[in-house]
Ligand binder design. Structure first.
Ligand SMILES: [Zn+2]
Length: 52
């Protein structure tokens, strides 16, 4: 589930790299962890806003 593939050449990409080692295509940096943090922080801001 955590493995990624290059959208251009299909090369398997290891975690933490910013571009494909084969073709050089930039890799999206949004990992699962990034989304988890995002989904936690955003509701906290919304909650804080409405609670004043
Ligand atoms: Zn590639």
């Amino acid at each position: 589930m955590l493995s990624r593939e290059c959208k251009e050449c299909g090369e398997k990409l290891s975690a933490g790299i910013s571009s494909c080692p084969t073709c050089g295509t930039p890799v999206a940096r949004f990992s699962l962890g990034t989304w988890i943090i995002f989904l936690i922080i955003v509701p906290m801001f919304i909650y804080g806003y409405f609670m004043d």
